[in-house]
Design a protein around this ligand. Structure first.
Ligand SMILES: C[S@@+](CC[C@H](N)C(=O)[O-])C[C@H]1O[C@@H](n2cnc3c(N)ncnc32)[C@H](O)[C@@H]1O
Length: 268
């Protein structure tokens, strides 16, 4: 890919998603776009750039972003964050709080919000809870898979057998046995397409906990700072912001107080 075409892709990707591609990433970007281009039968990057613009309304930008970023996720990924969710929710519920609102800000294919739903549903056993999990992502393809909530055996491995029995059901298809999130759990999760890089976000608080994990790595500090400010606005006083273990809010945490590795609280 020539320098000029790389710059055009770089600008487009930043404008549409906040994803900041560093200079010198031409080879990586070329390799990632190559796969999509082969599917379309295209071999010239300049032609693909024009194709993306011409097919923006048909979702090509979303597919371009899918090629650039990764949707990697898993059930109970970075498990200590789910311990925190459990412990906090237990405290709130035991103190008489009924309404619980949590947000999975880059939910990818759904494993993160469904894990949150399992953990919270377990906490709510025996209590009157009004529970909602908001799950958002920029990727249409990832959201479709999240909404379907169907996973193979390998993907559900991190879920304890007892919880699998309670929250998943077997479905038999052409590919053998798959596991579908039961309606009881799915109905707690609201999926929505949302671009985190375009504040103000069309969301209302107050939220108890936000998981914004493994997405800020793609952003520069300007976009990160705006997102942190939005998280601050949406959280209740005493609410938690959880980021990925490889991410840091150093220099941009603002009024958040760090209470553990990758865990921040909005001071009450
Ligand atoms: C690596 S996954 C993280 C999934 C999950 N949060 C986790 O930690 O397992 C990153 C996700 O961020 C999404 N993403 C990238 N840029 C985004 C943006 N500007 N707005 C919303 N989601 C975005 C991608 O589509 C992808 O699904």
């Amino acid at each position: 890919m020539d320098q000029r075409t790389f710059e055009k892709f770089r600008t487009l990707i930043y404008q549409r998603s906040g994803i900041a591609l560093n200079e010198g990433k031409e080879t990586l970007v070329a390799a990632r776009l190559g796969k999509r281009m082969r599917l379309l039968g295209l071999s010239d990057y300049r032609v693909y750039y024009q194709y993306v613009l011409d097919h923006e309304d048909q979702g090509e930008v979303s597919l371009l972003l899918d090629a650039i970023s990764t949707n990697f996720t898993s059930f109970f990924r970075e498990p200590d964050h789910f311990d925190l969710l459990r412990e906090q929710a237990q405290q709130w519920v035991a103190a008489g709080q009924q309404r619980l609102r949590v947000w999975s800000a880059a939910c990818a294919t759904g494993e993160e919000p469904y894990t949150m739903a399992i953990v919270l549903q377990e906490v709510c056993q025996g209590y009157e809870c009004d529970l909602k999990i908001l799950a958002t992502d920029i990727s249409v393809r990832a959201l479709e898979r999240a909404y379907a909530g169907v996973y193979d055996l390998e993907r559900i491995e991190p879920i304890a057998p007892e919880l699998r029995r309670r929250y998943l059901e077997e479905v038999r298809g052409e590919d053998g046995v798959l596991y579908r999130v039961r309606d009881e759990l799915r109905s707690l999760v609201v999926f929505k397409r949302l671009n985190l890089s375009k504040p103000p976000l069309p969301l209302r608080g107050p939220l108890d906990i936000i998981f914004c994990r493994n997405v800020m790595i793609y952003f520069d500090n300007t976009v990160r700072q705006q997102l942190i400010n939005e998280a601050y606005r949406l959280l209740k006083p005493g609410g938690y912001l959880v980021v990925g273990h490889s991410e840091s809010l150093k220099g941009i945490a603002g009024s958040f107080r760090m209470v553990g590795p990758s865990v921040y609280v909005k001071e009450s």
